[in-house]
Design a protein around this ligand. Structure first.
Ligand SMILES: [Ca+2]
Ligand SMILES: [Ca+2]
Ligand SMILES: [Ca+2]
Ligand SMILES: [Ca+2]
Length: 430
């Protein structure tokens, strides 16, 4: 502190000399330059004006109803449910690290963006936004890899829920999001606007989520309910979710560039007549993962609210040493309709598809009619597996029209992995 004062006085003297020189030489101006070469070494600790962390929430439910911004000059700590309600907005600066408290059950921490609210979390390839748990010691300057957390650590906090007003295949066209609470305005999602925007969510890594919330339900790393196509969703990584990686309830979201690593249940889970698209994904199973895809259809009992999904360009890294009853290769069920296209599976020896709902299976292997369940370009990379083994749990008989076993990956099939250099998955593998 003393040295800092000395520096201030020196600076003041220089300014004074220049002013005096100017005044006394009027009207002819002479500018005299004083060069200070003395080096001032600060040896005392200067108190910082910003705290190294800031806590949001008090352990119960905390509402954000205005415009808030979380910046990358401190660690943001979430404590309990932090809910951005309709009309509110949350901006998260590129590179920001957010850590969630470890509370269980009703005390579990989650970030909820309600329908009518917006999130603007826009990271970059060089500065992604990281959501993790409070015991993760990662700090600014550590890069993408945590010094202490393992990528298989799961269930340390709740997760992120974003809700909107797009069409949802549920009785009455709306629902309360599962696993968090019921009967609040902010838990409801679904409406009539498939072009609805909930903001932007880009270059975000979500880690170690999936602790049990109220009601004993777990939520996924990222839960989307009734999200419209006006929402920007791209470059999203979910690591170590204790439930699904991303679960989507209805809506028309268009999501690109996804990495799901080490989830316990399903990597991508679609429900309630999702009518959007998922494009370019890498899905990496651990020994106790369930499926890369768990796809359900509409839950509207009147049958009037349908909706067909599209999944394109995915590489699935299955697990060569799965636990008993784990690591299936996908489950399309409950009248799911949509198109799954250009999927590469690796590390699949001994594994099989869990099921393909025969009620809506078209077998046409094209998306000519999206009100059916269609598949195209499935590649199983294996030296030992056969198609009949892979499809043994299904009633499908014409799989050879759209699926093949290949000895190595065919060029330009599956995901474009070059876009994932910013992810933890890429850092761990390179
Ligand atoms: Ca789930
Ligand atoms: Ca499952
Ligand atoms: Ca699931
Ligand atoms: Ca589901």
């Amino acid at each position: 502190m003393k040295n800092q004062i000395s520096k201030f006085i020196l600076t003041s003297l220089i300014v004074s000399v220049q002013m005096l020189t100017s005044c006394t030489s009027d009207p002819e101006t002479i500018i005299e330059t004083v060069v200070v070469t003395e080096t001032v070494t600060v040896t005392t600790t200067v108190p910082t004006t910003t705290p190294t962390s800031k806590t949001v929430g008090t352990g119960g439910i905390t509402y954000i109803d205005d415009a808030q911004a979380w910046t990358n000059d401190r660690i943001w700590i979430l404590n309990g449910k932090v809910v951005v309600r309709s009309g509110g907005s949350l901006t998260i600066e590129a590179g920001t690290i957010i850590k969630a408290q470890n509370g269980q059950g009703v005390e579990a921490t989650a970030l909820v963006i309600a329908a009518g609210a917006s999130i603007n979390a826009i990271g970059t390839e060089d500065s992604p936004i990281i959501f993790t748990d409070i015991e993760d010691s990662i700090d600014y300057g550590d890069g993408i890899i945590s010094p202490n957390r393992k990528p298989t650590d799961t269930g340390k906090w709740g997760g992120i829920i974003i809700l909107g007003n797009a069409i949802v295949g549920e009785d009455g066209g709306s629902d309360d999001i599962e696993g968090i609470a019921e009967g609040y305005a902010w838990t409801s999602y679904g409406g009539n606007d498939d072009a609805d925007s909930s903001g932007s969510f880009s270059y975000v890594s979500i880690r170690h989520s999936g602790t049990q919330l109220a009601g004993g339900d777990e939520i996924q790393g990222l839960t989307l309910g009734g999200i419209g196509s006006g929402t920007t969703l791209n470059n999203i990584e979910v690591v170590g979710s204790n439930d699904d990686g991303i679960e989507i309830f209805g809506g028309a979201a268009q999501i690109t560039n996804i990495v799901i690593l080490n989830q316990r249940d399903d990597a991508i889970d679609l429900d309630e007549g999702f009518r959007g698209t998922l494009t370019n994904a890498v899905l990496v199973m651990r020994s106790n993962s369930d499926n890369p895809f768990e796809i359900d259809g509409t839950e509207d009992s009147t049958g009037t609210i349908g909706g067909s999904f599209e999944i394109n360009n995915v590489t699935v890294y299955a697990n060569t040493a799965p636990e008993s009853g784990k690591n299936f290769l996908g489950d399309w069920k409950s009248d799911a309709t949509g198109f799954t296209n250009n999927i590469v599976y690796k590390n699949i020896d001994g594994l099989a598809i869990k099921g393909i709902d025969s009620d809506t299976y078209n077998g046409g292997a094209t998306k000519a009619s999206l009100n059916n369940l269609n598949f195209n370009k499935f590649y199983f990379v294996s030296a030992t597996s056969t198609l009949s083994e892979i499809f043994t749990n299904t009633a499908v008989t014409d799989y050879a029209d759209w699926a093949q076993v290949v000895s190595e990956q065919v060029a330009d099939t599956g995901a474009d992995e070059t876009v994932f250099s910013w992810t933890l998955w890429s850092a761990l593998n390179n």
